[in-house]
Design a protein around this ligand. Sequence first.
Ligand code: NAD
Length: 308
Amino acid sequence: MDKKVTVVGAGFVGATCARRIIEKDLADVVLIDIIEGLPQGRALDLMESAPVEGYSAQIIGTNDYNDTKNSDIVVITAGIARKPGMSRDDLLQTNAKIIKDVVTKVVSQSPNAILIMVTNPLDVISYLAYKVSGFKPNRIIGMAGVLDSARYRYFIAEALGVTPHLVHAFVLGGHGDSMVPLPHYSTVNGIPITQLLSRKKIDEINERTKNGGAEIVALLKTGSAYYAPSASVVEMVKSILLNENKILPCCVYLNGEYGLKDIYCGVPVRLSKNGVEEIVKIDLTKEELASLNKSSDAVKENIKKLNL
Ligand SMILES: NC(=O)c1ccc[n+]([C@@H]2O[C@H](COP(=O)([O-])OP(=O)(O)OC[C@H]3O[C@@H](n4cnc5c(N)ncnc54)[C@H](O)[C@@H]3O)[C@@H](O)[C@H]2O)c1
């Protein structure tokens, strides 16, 4: 492969991202973790799957950042995940400490990489990574909107009994209870869901989407979701590596767009080989804009707690 992707954190999300990237032959992967043996074991297991699955991409596991040198993309999943009863914000102080250390090491080895942040609380962690890295903000992108929208898309498909991939939908705002699903930008093969589902049903689906992560945490009892999160990360990796220019909802730095300044928040962006190629402006209703503001106020409160 002529592309190299590092995945930091060889836990559930990281290992599943690594697997999806090599199974699609998108890039060679370096899987790195602080636990000795964990990334090495996962990587060897994945290489032993290659003869059966038929992929050519290589993966190595390591605890040494020298191996991550000159990565094109670095996906950062290192940190602790939620347990039942915890909010994403409860992870803040522990994960912020981990991210400062990880980002410093990553950028020293890969000064031209694009960073995809996954660790929660996502919006604040993405802002922190932007500050610590010294990179231009187009190269620090948080993954949340693709996942939240995927959940929304699935719930819509389930309600209508249609195949999920024909459902397109957008969820903007922060990756938390204040996320903003946009029913009037959500369609089934071009037909707005507002013409297919009752207001009551759409409200129910909006609520379920906002609690989509917690629903899985409650079922699993230990750990949080990783299949849909890793699929969402890889959708972003693919759009960047293959220069697909997909418009995807991502957590990005806003400097006045949507009336928000010096903050990371989920909005539609065009993702190319340069990272964020363009922040796409769409019309929002007054209520949606108010929700987006509320969502970003919650992120600002958390940023303050970091004393940056
Ligand atoms: N953005 C999203 O939509 C989204 C979705 C799912 C999970 N997450 C978040 O992703 C993170 C990872 O979730 P998970 O389920 O994979 O957790 P996990 O516990 O399975 O894996 C985390 C891994 O990070 C490693 N780690 C900890 N400190 C490290 C360091 N300093 N350097 C390198 N590795 C380190 C741990 O050893 C562990 O293997 C959590 O914060 C979770 O909340 C975010």
